[in-house]
Ligand binder design. Structure first.
Ligand code: PEP
Ligand code: MN
Length: 301
């Protein structure tokens, strides 16, 4: 039943039957769909850390970052070629040139790569270089982009719109599955609230809520969620503790000189330290998973 234009939980099996856990009983109460990105599997085993610069700026910048994040334990490299900036005067990315550099850096250090497509016409060019295609917060409700992605051969990282509800995020994901692309990873990246001290407000409880409502893997982006580098490591630990399937973190060799999102990018030593401090939480996560596996009926595993 729709009340005042809003969905209730009871509506989900009808409006989003393919992403909804209830209508896909093979995943049981806790099972997650495994989404493979260039050989890295999301939704099974330890949470996966995706790291790299907000935007690819130069060969040296992306190579240096890729080498460092791979050494520190990241499994996927991020980096924007096409950048959706709020201001038309801000750096818009290197475009295809940036994608080529990202691919080169990923290949050099054994990391699959993720980059954003902002429009339906960018899907094919981005798919040529990236293993995973990101839908940014400004594009979550762009039906022609979602339709193009649903027909493409790459998995999709769907970020929550900054003013979108959890239900709307699930409906956007349903667009992708309904038109033929089942490989979707969701990402909580913070929503707009009234505070001014953080860029966004991380809706951390959206992680277990999404896990209850859908079988798709769920990531947290502590960079865009906070806008402040000092808040990234604690939020990353909280995200792992609450069950996120992975993290998306911005890292730059010289954040103070970054052409985009420097204030929310970790330096290379800061990223390495974040990863070390995440380790006990990853171990706890594994113990917790073993307990829930032991408690689950065999059919649900
Ligand atoms: C990004 O990942 O750099 C980005 C622009 O993300 P969002 O769309 O969440 O702002
Ligand atoms: Mn960014």
């Amino acid at each position: 039943m729709i009340i005042a234009g809003k969905l209730t939980l009871d509506d989900l099996p009808r409006v989003a039957p393919l992403v909804c856990r209830q209508t896909n009983p093979r995943y049981g109460e806790e099972g997650t769909r495994v989404v493979e990105v260039g050989g890295v599997r999301f939704g099974v085993g330890r949470p996966i850390v995706i790291a790299g610069p907000c935007a690819v700026e130069s060969e040296r910048q992306v190579m240096e970052t890729a080498e460092a994040v791979a050494r520190a334990g990241a499994r996927v490299l991020r980096g924007g070629g096409f950048k959706p900036r709020t201001s038309p005067y801000a750096f818009q990315g290197l475009g295809i040139e940036g994608l080529k550099l990202l691919r080169k850096a990923g290949d050099a250090f054994g990391l699959p790569v993720v980059s954003e497509a902002m429009s339906d016409t960018q899907v094919e060019p981005v798919a040529e270089y990236a293993d995973l295609i990101q839908v940014g917060t400004r594009s979550m409700q762009n039906p022609s982009l979602l339709a193009a992605l649903s027909r493409c051969r790459r998995p999709v990282l769907l970020k929550r719109g900054m003013v979108a509800s959890v239900e709307e995020l699930l409906e956007a994901a349903e667009y992708l599955l309904a038109n033929g692309n089942p490989s979707v990873i969701l990402c909580e990246r913070g929503i707009r609230t009234f505070g001014k001290l953080t860029r966004n407000t991380c809706d951390i409880v959206a992680v277990p809520l999404l896990h209850q409502l859908t079988h798709l893997p769920v990531l947290v982006d502590p960079s865009h969620s906070t806008g402040r580098r000092s808040l990234i490591p604690p939020l990353a630990r909280a995200a792992v503790a609450i069950g996120a399937d992975g993290l998306l973190v911005e890292v730059h060799p010289t954040p103070e000189k970054a052409l985009s999102d420097g204030s929310q990018s970790l330096s290379i030593p800061q990223f390495a330290r974040m990863m070390r401090r995440l380790e006990p939480y990853l171990r706890l996560w594994e113990e917790e998973l073993a307990l829930s596996d032991a408690a689950a009926p065999a059919a649900a595993r």
